[in-house]
Design a protein around this ligand. Structure first.
Ligand code: SF4
Length: 462
């Protein structure tokens, strides 16, 4: 195995095929010093909660933690945009010595009066966990004083990985559920969980549901509203996309209110269509016409999409892809989406994949695909060179790796500016992949130019 992989991490890399069973270590703490691509617990909770656009989001900690702002994780809102403002208590040395509760109380007092939010989320960071500020007590007192929910998010950065942050966010959000009247919620209704409305994707999906006659009660994690979350327990079905982030919330709602959930994906062609069919199947007893409406929708969308896909496929046939994603559920859909473009995924990694995820990935991936859990930049660079890929799919932290190695890049993370969900999003995806992979600029990268001249085809090294 490559020297880029540390001895202690070797069991977190797996090559598919050759009859070898999937034995991959995952769902564990990152190796100290390995420079993981993962984000911290606080970041995980912020990702899930900040798209609630009419809430105040206050980061209790040093100013550096508040770097995860709207600007790098751009969930769009169709109304209020309070979530775009980033607030921090900016803890300093003296606060660390004497405690930051007073500062937090003053900040909440001022911000709630100034911005009149429907609720406030207060995020705990590493240092707050260390000095032991009583976040819960401050929030409770402020909630009584201001008469809005002020919710502590117990997301101290060091207490686990991003997954622990998702759980902290779900626990905070669940306190809002059940606080509003549901008497006007119709039977044909759903909640959207785990879509972050990046570049307006939820609006594309909502239009499909409208055509199927389904009401969306709450877009919980994208273009979200506090009152909608308060009445989301009235919906008949929860649709969970990014399962790592919101499955816990769906389970809490199911346990308390009996609302079932299904896992869906709005990425790619089969998974988008399959999700719509699963939903129509769920509601067909209530409204038998929904099946035909769904079939017509899918047929109409595909009749415009497929000829376009065929056009891009001509150039992209045979190109190779490496991808590194947050939760591996998205990877399943992306592998299928790339097959429609004639492209082959040869490296696939995730920050927070579970054993079940990797087993499923190994089943749908081609033989000799590298699966990697909780990778670091050195490993990713090594795999990209070994497999001589044409495109790297990732987020803001992966982009520089791709460009330094001279390969195309597609942002499929929270920083994307192009809607990649739904059938419409699949076309945008094809366009973006095509323009990056086919850019003539890569011919000027020595490593890749030499590939064409026959210099070490396996590693691509000069
Ligand atoms: S919470 Fe901790 S790990 Fe996360 S950004 Fe702040 S200091 Fe860093």
């Amino acid at each position: 195995m490559s020297k880029a992989i540390l001895e202690e991490r070797k069991d977190q890399v797996h090559r598919t095929g050759h009859g070898n069973p999937v034995e991959i270590a995952c769902n564990k703490e990152s190796l100290a010093g390995a420079v993981s691509q993962r984000a911290c617990v606080f970041c995980g909770s912020r990702v899930v909660l900040y798209p609630i656009a009419d809430a105040l989001h206050l980061v209790h900690g040093p100013i550096g933690c508040a770097v995860y702002t709207w600007d790098i994780r751009g969930a769009l809102s169709s109304g209020p945009e309070l979530h775009r403002l980033s607030f921090s208590t900016d803890l300093q040395e003296l606060d660390v010595v004497f405690g930051g509760e007073e500062k937090l109380t003053a900040a909440l007092d001022e911000l709630i009066d100034r911005h009149k939010p429907k609720a406030a989320f207060v995020y705990s960071t590493c240092i707050v966990g260390i000095i032991g500020d009583d976040l819960e007590a401050v929030c409770k007192e402020m909630s009584l004083k201001k008469k809005i929910p002020v919710l502590p998010v117990m997301s101290e950065g060091f207490k686990g990985n991003k997954r622990a942050g998702y759980l902290a966010a779900c626990k905070a959000m669940f306190q809002l559920v059940g606080t509003q009247d549901i008497s006007d919620v119709p039977k044909l209704s759903v909640n959207i969980l785990g879509d972050f409305n990046l570049a307006g994707e939820i609006w594309i999906i909502r239009k499909y549901f409208e055509r199927m006659g389904i009401t969306v009660v709450a877009n919980i994690t994208g273009d979200g509203r506090v009152e909608d979350i308060g009445r989301c327990h009235g919906a008949s079905l929860n649709l969970v996309q990014c399962s790592g982030a919101t499955l816990d919330l769906a389970k809490m709602i199911q346990e308390t209110y009996g609302t079932p959930f299904i896992r869906v994906s709005y990425i790619g062609i089969e998974d988008m269509a399959d999700s719509l069919y699963q939903i129509s199947d769920f509601f067909k007893e209530i409204d038998p016409t929904i099946v035909e409406k769904t079939e017509t929708l899918v047929r109409e969308e595909l009749s415009t999409l497929m000829p376009e896909i065929a056009r891009y496929r001509k150039d992209l046939e045979g190109k190779k892809v490496a991808m590194y994603v947050g939760g591996s559920f998205k990877a399943f859909s992306l592998i299928k989406a790339f097959r429609h473009l004639g492209m082959k995924v040869v490296v696939c990694g995730s920050q927070t994949g579970t054993k079940e995820d990797y087993n499923e990935l190994a089943e749908i991936a081609d033989p000799d695909t590298i699966l990697v859990d909780d990778a670091n930049p050195l490993e990713l660079a090594e795999f990209i060179k070994e497999k001589n890929v044409d495109l790297f799919v990732g987020g803001v932290k992966e982009r520089p790796i791709a460009y330094k190695l001279g390969v195309g890049f597609c942002d499929h993370n929270h920083e994307r500016k192009e809607a990649l969900g739904g059938f419409e999003g699949m076309l945008n995806f094809a366009k973006e992949v095509h323009s990056s992979v086919m850019s003539p600029v890569w011919n000027f990268v020595p490593r890749r130019a030499n590939r064409n001249k026959g210099v070490n085809k396996e590693t691509g090294n000069v």
